[in-house]
Design a protein around this ligand. Structure first.
Ligand SMILES: *Cc1c(COP(=O)(O)O)cnc(C)c1O
Length: 375
């Protein structure tokens, strides 16, 4: 069996172990400590625009807190992009709220401003103002930030920016994660940078960050004993994981360059095949980190995305269909949906290709050979 080529695997830069060793040397083996503070400061500097960052145990935890901080409660409705990973939608249900799914548009594969506004108007007509909007920068591609924020502001609905896949991506030169009322990042093992598992909440001010930290550390009131007047969570990032994160920050920009080089590799590889399109920026407002390079295969290609996936799998190369839209998931079959078949068609015809920043020239060679001989 040939060595496995993964879709996106962790890629250490080298400095991570030094920060982890520091944690051991000083016995900061806790969900707080100098690495957590340092990692948050690194992220705040990286994102800019007055960002205040709370490092948490996962991106999912960050989304859950973002919903709580937006005032989402049981019985409420929250609008969510349907074309995404389930973690964008699950925390809505943790709160006892109902997700209202909205289709994508073709340029960015992200939430359609048209269907978004239709959904809001229709929910208002039915007597329910949505409590929040969860919009996602899918595969690192920024959503239509200007149009989506304008709609959120018009109806005064908090916008939660799911930037789990989009650290380092830009919209009009400004970093994703700085546009929403709140934003989240993920440092899961398959993301652009990893802390082995982790996430962050990005807030626009210190007070909101402090509220998030309060909730993330069991909601302990000010008192010498343990006193609680709210339900809390154990969502803080450990000082060990944050050490990995600090090391990863040193290589973040170079790893994004490598992901973007992978994307160029696939563009070159498929340039002669007009029936396969490589997903890319539709306009110079958008700059994607190209977390994953994705293609869609047209019906006229003479082969399907699934056949290509199986050909790659035969050579022990991992690829995966695009996210299956949430409104097509059995668990969300009851949830309202606004849109057409845009997300569904992406799922039916799309494929994510190996995109790790640690993809070697030899591995690209193998991918190229399999794809060339298959196509
Ligand atoms: C990974 C991911 C999350 C969840 O992040 P975790 O750190 O794995 O909990 C949320 N939204 C999207 C779009 C993701 O890709």
């Amino acid at each position: 069996m040939k060595e496995r080529i993964y879709l996106s695997s962790p890629h250490m830069g080298g400095a991570e172990q030094k920060f982890v060793q520091d944690a051991f040397d000083t016995n900061w083996i806790a969900p707080l400590g100098p690495n957590v503070d340092g990692f948050e400061a690194d992220l705040e500097k990286y994102l800019g625009h007055g960002s205040h960052v709370a490092a948490l145990s996962s991106g999912t935890a960050a989304l859950h807190l973002a919903l709580i901080l937006s005032g989402v409660q049981a019985g409420d409705e929250v609008i969510c992009q349907t074309m995404t990973f389930s973690a964008s939608a699950n925390p809505i249900v943790y709160q006892g709220a109902t997700p209202i799914f909205v289709d994508s548009e073709a340029d960015t594969w992200n939430i359609s401003p048209i269907y978004l506004e239709n959904a809001i108007k229709d929910r208002i007509k039915a007597g329910k103002m949505p409590k929040a909007i969860v919009a996602v920068h899918l595969y690192g591609m920024p959503f239509k930030v200007d149009e989506v924020t304008a709609i959120a502001q018009k109806y005064a609905i908090p916008l939660i920016e799911d930037s789990a896949e989009a650290i380092g991506s830009l919209y009009q030169g400004r970093k994703c994660g700085t546009f929403g009322d709140l934003a989240i990042l993920s440092f899961n093992g398959n993301k652009v940078i990893t802390t082995s598992g982790g996430g962050a909440l990005v807030a626009g001010n210190e007070a909101t960050k402090n509220k998030a930290l309060f909730l993330a550390t069991q909601a302990r009131d000010e008192a010498p004993h343990y006193q609680h007047s709210q339900i809390g969570y154990n969502y803080r990032m450990s000082n060990i994981c944050a050490g990995i994160g600090r090391g990863q920050m040193e290589v973040l920009d170079s790893h994004i360059e490598m992901r973007r080089a992978n994307h160029q590799f696939y563009k070159d590889l498929f340039s002669a095949n007009s029936e396969v399109s490589v997903f890319e920026e539709s306009h110079h407002d958008y700059y994607s980190n190209h977390w994953l390079s994705c293609i869609t295969v047209s019906k006229k290609a003479g082969f399907t995305n699934h056949e290509l996936r199986l050909a790659l799998a035969k050579d022990n190369i991992e690829s995966r269909p695009l996210w299956k839209p949430m409104h097509l998931q059995p668990v969300f079959s009851e949830a309202p949906f606004y849109g057409d078949d845009t997300a569904e068609n992406l799922f039916t015809h799309g494929l994510c290709l190996p995109s790790g920043s640690n993809l070697t020239e030899g591995q690209k060679q193998r991918i190229q050979e399999v794809i060339r001989s298959f196509v």
